[in-house]
Design a protein around this ligand. Structure first.
Ligand SMILES: NC(=O)c1ccc[n+]([C@@H]2O[C@H](COP(=O)([O-])OP(=O)(O)OC[C@H]3O[C@@H](n4cnc5c(N)ncnc54)[C@H](OP(=O)(O)O)[C@@H]3O)[C@@H](O)[C@H]2O)c1
Length: 290
């Protein structure tokens, strides 16, 4: 299936490009990816007309939560209006659309959210992503909500929280991790597999993709330390208040995954994280990241 991954240069996007053997785009044209700015409607239309994708996966977003709060207008232009541009262009060329979304559409007051639970974002990132979901759903898209994705970043530069913990501990540093933010993280390599399974079944609407275990960043970092054979005492507890974030963070955005479990078997954190730690340790030393 001819597949276009918008935001193919990002952390999640690179796994999608690889799995679907897709053409991926970048907002800035970095690392040789063709440039596509999704806030420019005509640019989006032209590319879709030329490439005529059968499947479009949108992994492009303004993902820095504090920057979204500072630059509200830009966040809505990318995370909401950009999705509308993509949805309309995909509809016109009759392509199936998959929109990647986030657990931050919830307010985090109760946790263990199902797909049909009421949304109520507490910050601009969440509000803009929710608006994007609605635009995509108007065009019968599949919306996949993911949360704190973990894995090895195939690109250069930005590292995931998982890699930061591993690299810092391997380099003899201490690690600070939040105790008061609970999520059900998403294994990044599950994202393309789950999309493939859902697209093959013709699924539309919202789905949650995450591990089953609800866990704080602190508990996650402790697990990484233990699996990698480092002293867990080198992981320090920190609270959101101490971090002094610019944007408010939801407390517990853990998600239920019953709906997707009929189509896809999600990663089990306690079992699969161990293998990932081994792979990532090799990746970090091969690339001389420490
Ligand atoms: N990371 C998380 O913690 C998290 C949690 C839940 C959900 N998600 C969702 O998962 C998806 C992927 O996130 P990620 O972590 O892979 O993000 P990422 O690494 O920050 O990548 C973002 C991608 O969006 C592109 N982009 C940014 N502005 C653009 C614009 N105006 N036009 C076109 N492309 C633009 C970037 O291109 P360049 O950088 O190459 O210019 C990059 O390819 C997003 O929908 C995000 O909301 C992420």
């Amino acid at each position: 299936m001819r597949t276009l991954v918008v935001g193919g240069s990002g952390f999640v996007g690179r796994y999608l490009v690889r799995h679907f053997d897709a053409v991926g785009t970048s907002g800035t044209g970095r690392d040789g990816f063709p440039k596509l700015d999704i806030t420019r409607r005509q640019e989006v239309e032209r590319l879709f007309e030329r490439f005529r994708p059968e499947l479009v996966i949108n992994a492009a977003a303004m993902t820095n939560v504090d920057e979204c709060e500072r630059r509200r207008e830009e966040a809505f232009m990318i995370n909401a209006d950009g999705v509308r541009n993509i949805s309309e262009a995909a509809y016109r060329v009759k392509a199936k659309l998959v929109q990647i979304s986030t657990d931050y559409v919830f307010d985090g007051a109760k946790g263990d959210y199902g797909e049909d639970d009421p949304t109520n974002p507490v910050n601009v990132y969440g509000s803009s992503k929710l608006r994007g979901e609605l635009y995509a759903l108007e065009r019968d898209a599949l919306v996949l909500r993911i949360s704190s994705p973990f894995g090895i970043n195939l690109g250069r530069g930005k590292e995931s929280f998982f890699e930061y913990v591993l690299r810092a501990l391997a380099g003899g540093e201490r690690v600070k991790a939040l105790v008061d933010q609970i999520t059900t993280p998403t294994f990044v390599e599950d994202v393309p597999e789950a999309i493939d399974a859902l697209v093959q079944r013709g699924s539309t609407g919202a789905f949650h993709l995450a591990v089953r275990e609800a866990i704080s960043r602190y508990e996650f970092a402790i697990k990484v330390a233990e699996f990698a054979g480092f002293e867990p005492g080198r992981v320090d507890r920190i609270t959101s208040r101490e971090m002094n974030f610019y944007a408010r963070r939801p407390r517990d955005t853990s998600m239920k995954t019953d709906k997707i479990s009929g189509s896809f078997r999600t990663t089990e954190l306690s079992k699969d994280l161990k293998d990932l730690v081994t792979a990532a340790t090799k990746h970090i030393s091969d690339h001389r990241l420490i």
